[in-house]
Design a protein around this ligand. Structure first.
Ligand code: SF4
Length: 372
């Protein structure tokens, strides 16, 4: 029995007919690149209050570099071009250098998100291999340190930005904000730009992992989304083109208008069967979590949508996934996109899809993910 025929949930049904063309575009979803997000460990030197992966110093486990290397080779052949490392704290992953070197040999460009505390001179030999580094921030010093539960976290993250920028390598800031921290964004942006960041990636804190324990007032209403979006627009106007400012929020109507970005996943192609198409055209981003599971779109995407495990990953397995299990993702994304047409306001698209992945199975019978 196919997976789609077992699924009984409120987003089940036929895939919305959003495309009439059989042509694939160069985009794969709303991202400009085909990306693998790699979380090789949940070991972290911090235990932040909002951590969606619930990382902390107690998590000693890490992915086996040989198994990971073999899987990355296959994923490169499936069309992914950018490897984005995070964690946990990636600088605590013992085989980091070897994995970065191997990934580059495979043809990946490699970037990293770090809390910055360990991005010292000692790490220069690894940092110099990267195509970009982003240091994470949550607000100005008091807010950042409270969220990070460490009194010198902001100072050391800023020092990391300044040091990396001074070497001439590109450095960005990945800024995640609670509702209360929105007013701090302009001053934070000014400060980070003065330290040398060339890009700001802004997103609202997601209600995932340890962040689920934050007070309700930390999360954003639709009017908070609007406030945050307006601040980002003002920063774009002020800082472009020297500094790129990006926000994970987007107007629902704009997402609907850009729906062709998903024609790889949702459009029909009469000449190439689904199973023969590269995974990167269909699932983007792809997330490799610390257990070795491959997930579509987000770290906390519901496990019933898991793609595979890196253990014993093979082209044959991926062909089977595309043929039998991908339809559930097509239905979810197709339904989510179709709902954008009538929706007002702003959407955090990937978080929206992750929440839908949980909701659409809430009332359902178990499905075939146990076959993994
Ligand atoms: S948010 Fe980042 S720095 Fe904080 S505990 Fe999680 S992985 Fe570590």
């Amino acid at each position: 029995m196919s997976m789609s025929s077992r699924v009984k949930h409120r987003c089940a049904g036929s895939i919305p007919n959003l495309w009439h063309s059989s042509t694939a575009t160069t985009r794969s979803g709303f991202l400009p690149e085909r990306i693998v997000h790699l979380h090789p460990t949940r070991l972290c030197n911090l235990s932040c209050l909002h951590c969606y992966s619930e990382s902390d110093p107690s998590h000693k486990e890490a992915l086996d570099p040989d198994v990971l290397g073999a899987a990355l080779g296959l994923l490169r052949a499936e069309g992914y071009v950018l490897l984005s490392l995070s964690g946990g704290e990636p600088l605590l992953y013992p085989p980091l250098r070897a994995v970065v070197e191997q990934s580059r040999e495979l043809g990946f460009r490699v970037t990293m998100i770090s809390n910055g505390l360990l991005a010292t001179k000692r790490m220069d030999s690894v940092l110099s291999l990267l195509d970009g580094v982003a240091i994470s921030f949550d607000g100005l010093a008091a807010t950042h340190n409270a969220m990070r539960r460490r009194s010198d976290a902001f100072e050391r993250a800023c020092a990391a930005v300044q040091r990396i920028a001074a070497t001439g390598r590109p450095v960005a800031a990945a800024i995640s904000l609670t509702r209360e921290a929105i007013p701090e964004l302009p001053d934070l942006a000014d400060h980070l730009v003065s330290l040398g960041v060339r890009a700001l990636q802004v997103r609202p804190v997601a209600r995932a992992g340890r962040a689920r324990s934050l007070a309700d007032c930390s999360f954003h209403s639709s009017s908070d989304y609007a406030r945050l979006y307006l601040v980002v627009l003002a920063l774009q106007k002020e800082l472009s083109p020297e500094v790129q400012v990006h926000c994970d929020l987007a107007p629902a109507k704009g997402l609907w208008q850009q729906r062709d970005a998903y024609s790889g996943l949702l459009g029909s192609c009469e000449t190439v069967p689904l199973e023969d198409r590269p995974l990167a055209d269909l699932v983007n981003p792809l997330v490799v979590i610390d257990t070795g599971l491959l997930k579509p779109i987000a770290y906390d995407f519901d496990g019933r949508f898991d793609v595979a495990s890196i253990d014993g990953l093979s082209s044959d397995y991926l062909r089977c996934y595309k043929r039998q299990r991908l339809p559930a993702l097509q239905k979810l994304i197709g339904g989510a996109l179709a709902s954008m047409q009538a929706r007002q306001g702003l959407v955090d698209w990937f978080d929206h899809c992750a929440r839908l992945s949980e909701d659409c199975f809430r009332t359902s019978a178990p499905i075939g993910s146990a076959e993994l």
